[in-house]
Design a protein around this ligand. Structure first.
Ligand code: GDP
Ligand code: MG
Length: 313
C-alpha cells in the first residue's frame, strides 16, 4: 500500500527535512485527524523511558524571563553537543497577548543553527486542544530525534499548566517582581515545579523569594525536594546550575523517582486520550448543530439551549 501524503510527510520530517517538520506541525496544530494517525505509527522513544529526549517544561508568569532563559538553555545544550527542539506554546489568553513575538526575538540568534528547531504553537483559545497538540508535537520532535525538547508556556492558570504535563522536568521561573511564594502557589506553580528559578536576581527582593520558596518546598515534603536557584538569565548567570539541576531531576526519574515519573506520564496519556475524544465530540456537535438548521430558532429565542441539545443528543 502506498503511504498517505501525511505519512510521507512524516517520513521526510523524521529523515531530517525541516520544512516537512514545520508542515507536519501546522497539520497537528490544525487538528488534522490524519496527522494524529500518522504520528501513532512513529517511533517515539519517550514512550519507553524518560530522557530521550529530555523534555523540559519552562513556565511562570508573563515577563518572568522564560524566553530569555530558554535562549540560554539552548546555548548550554548546544555546547554539550545536544540538538534542541523548542516549542513556545501560546494559550492566546488575554494575559499572554504578544508573547510569541517576544519568544521569537529572544531566541533569534539560534535560527541559523541546524541543530536547533524553534516553533510556536497557538490555538484559537481552545486550551484542551492545545495540551493535546503540544503532546503530539513533542512526540513528533522525539521521533525526529532531538536530544532535548523545551516547551515554554505562560503559567497563569490551571488550564495553561496542563501543557506542562508533557514534561519530564518542569522548571518554574519566578521573579521578585512577580510577587511572593503565596502568589506562585495561587497560580498552581508550586505544585508542579521540579526546579525553581528566581530570575532577575539583579533586582531587589530575590533572596527573600528564594527563602520563601525553600520553605514551601520543605513544608511540601515531596519525594523530590525541588531545588531553588537564583539566576540572571539576561546575563546567562545561573543557567548552567539550572541545567544541571534539571539533569539531576532526570537521573532521579530514572532511579528512585521512576514510579513518580511513570504516574505523571500515565496521567498525561489518560488526559491526552480524553482531550482527543472531547475535541472529536465537539467537532461532531458543531456539525450536528449546523446540519440541524435549529440554530436560527435558538438565536431567535424560540428554542431554549436545553431544547436544542436534547433534540440533537
Ligand atoms: N533585569 C533583568 N531582566 C531580565 C532578566 N531576564 C529577562 N529579563 C527581561 O525581562 C523581559 C521579559 O523577558 P522574556 O524572556 O520575554 O519573558 P517571558 O515572558 O517570561 O518569556 C525582557 O525585557 C528581558 O530582557 C534578568 O535576569 N534580569
Ligand atoms: Mg516568552
Amino acid at each position: 500500500m502506498m503511504p498517505s501524503t501525511t505519512e510521507a510527510l512524516l517520513q521526510r520530517a523524521v529523515a531530517g527535512e525541516r520544512r516537512a517538520l514545520a508542515r507536519m506541525i501546522t497539520w497537528i496544530e490544525a487538528r488534522h485527524e490524519e496527522a494524529g494517525a500518522a504520528l501513532s505509527g512513529a517511533t517515539v522513544r519517550r514512550r519507553g523511558a524518560p530522557g530521550r529526549p529530555h523534555v523540559v517544561g519552562v513556565t511562570g508568569p508573563p515577563g518572568a524571563g522564560k524566553s530569555t532563559f530558554v535562549d540560554r538553555l539552548i546555548s548550554w545544550g548546544r555546547a554539550q553537543g545536544e540538538t534542541v527542539g523548542v516549542l513556545a506554546v501560546d494559550p492566546s489568553s488575554p494575559f499572554s497577548g504578544g508573547a510569541i513575538l517576544g519568544d521569537r526575538i529572544r531566541m533569534e540568534r539560534h535560527t541559523a543553527d541546524d541543530g536547533v528547531f524553534i516553533r510556536s504553537l497557538s490555538s484559537r483559545g481552545h486550551l484542551g486542544g492545545l495540551s493535546s497538540a503540544t503532546a503530539e508535537v513533542v512526540d513528533l520532535l522525539d521521533a525526529v530525534g532531538f536530544d532535548r525538547v523545551v516547551v515554554e508556556t505562560v503559567g497563569v492558570g490551571q488550564s495553561e499548566l496542563g501543557v506542562m504535563e508533557v514534561a519530564d522536568t518542569v522548571v518554574v521561573v519566578l521573579t521578585p517582581e512577580s510577587g511572593d511564594a503565596v502568589q506562585a502557589m495561587k497560580a498552581g506553580l508550586l505544585e508542579i515545579g521540579d526546579v525553581f528559578v528566581v530570575n532577575k536576581s539583579d533586582r531587589p527582593g530575590a533572596d527573600r523569594l528564594v527563602r520563601e520558596l525553600l520553605l514551601s518546598v520543605e513544608l511540601a515534603a515531596m519525594p523530590w525536594a525541588s531545588p531553588v536557584l537564583s539566576a540572571v538569565a539576561l546575563q546567562g548567570e545561573g543557567v548552567e546550575a539550572v541545567a544541571e539541576a534539571a539533569a539531576a531531576h532526570l537521573r532521579w526519574c530514572r532511579g528512585a523517582g521512576e514510579m513518580v515519573w511513570r504516574r505523571r506520564r500515565g496521567d498525561a496519556w489518560v488526559r491526552l486520550v480524553l482531550d482527543l475524544l472531547s475535541d472529536e465530540a465537539r467537532q461532531h456537535a458543531v456539525a450536528r448543530l449546523q446540519a440541524s438548521g435549529l440554530e436560527p430558532r435558538l438565536r431567535a429565542g424560540e428554542l431554549s439551549p436545553q431544547d436544542v441539545a436534547r433534540r440533537l443528543a
